[in-house]
Design a protein around this ligand. Structure first.
Ligand code: GLU
Length: 311
């Protein structure tokens, strides 16, 4: 029998600051995209970096989603509770790829002579790749290493549902990348792949700032034998005056919900994204029915003036 995968989408916020209208818009697009296919919507709290992600922020995010009806179809997953799954993935990766400790300092990584990708990002040089046992022992005495995974000199290409074709040669564009930080916290790139895989996620909707992470994630999916989801990277959301939204209180989703009812927030954001033509209240059911990726803006998304905090 064919293994039919239920359309499954997710919203995966990092609770390190206030949730803002751009985050709600991302959650709304993820919800509408998967619900318009009759699928499941999941929420995952990406609190890997526990000290930077207070529980109160996670609660705020869940409250905002609740107030808007963007409810998870399963209990929210907290990445802070998933270390064992990431460790198992690290063991699986160690059997099919080269993982190695890296002792480079931030200054060494970003030094002027460090290799750069075509867009100016620093590319890991592989400095620690061939350390012998004695060098590793000496360096270990001085500092804790992070763990990197070797990448192939091969192009990884995919078609993003909004941005179109995108490809990267991992060796040229980022080099061997970190899967576990030197403080023992698993890296976002690994955690996201493990969690999306385990939850059966078939589509990933998130901000365009993460487009360049997708090839690394696809590489890990292939090594772990996981299917690649369909990606939709949505443009960054700015306020009505073109200013970048911050994680400060002024731009917070909670402020928006104090001033407007849920359907006005949903309708206003859907209008900003291109789902409905005019600013008006709209229910999730109506927006689910109207949703089509063909209508979602591909350039910057500007919030309605009414949603912009004028200091
Ligand atoms: N946690 C990431 C963020 O808040 C999103 C990760 C993802 O959707 O893959 O920006």
């Amino acid at each position: 029998m064919m293994n039919v995968r239920i359309p499954t989408g997710r919203f995966a916020p990092t609770p390190s600051g206030y949730m803002h209208a751009g985050n709600i818009l991302c959650a709304l697009m993820a919800y509408l995209s998967v619900k318009s296919k009759g699928g499941k919507f999941l929420v995952r709290i990406e609190d890997l970096d526990v000290p930077r992600c207070p529980r109160s922020r996670s609660r705020e995010i869940l409250n905002v989603l609740d107030a808007l009806g963007l409810k998870s179809d399963a209990p929210p997953v907290f990445q802070s509770a998933r270390t064992a799954a990431y460790a198992a993935a690290e063991r699986a990766l160690s059997k099919c790829a080269k993982l190695y400790p890296c002792f480079c300092t931030r200054a060494e990584l970003h030094a002027a002579h460090a290799p750069r990708s075509s867009d100016g990002e620093s590319v890991y040089s592989g400095a620690c790749k061939y350390l012998d046992a004695q060098q590793t022992a000496e360096l270990s005495a001085a500092r804790k290493p992070c763990t990197r995974i070797e990448v192939p000199d091969r192009t990884i290409a995919f078609v993003d549902g909004l941005c179109g074709e995108y490809s990267q040669n991992l060796a040229d564009d980022c080099g061997d990348f970190i899967i576990k930080r030197s403080d023992g916290i698993y890296a976002y790139q690994l955690a996201v792949v493990v969690d999306d895989g385990e939850s059966g996620v078939t589509e990933v909707v998130r901000g365009a700032d993460l487009l360049s992470s997708a090839p690394r994630q696809i590489y890990l999916q292939r090594l772990l034998g996981l299917p690649a989801p369909q990606y939709y990277h949505i443009p960054l959301v700015c306020d009505a005056f073109g200013r970048k939204l911050g994680k400060s209180q002024g731009d917070s989703a909670e402020r928006l919900l104090n001033e407007f009812d849920a359907n006005t927030v949903l309708g206003g954001l859907a209008c900003a994204a291109g789902i409905i033509p005019t600013f008006r209240p709209a229910s999730l059911d109506e927006l689910t029915e109207k949703f089509s990726w063909a209508n979602v803006r591909r350039d910057a998304i500007a919030l309605p003036e009414k949603f912009t905090d004028i200091p």
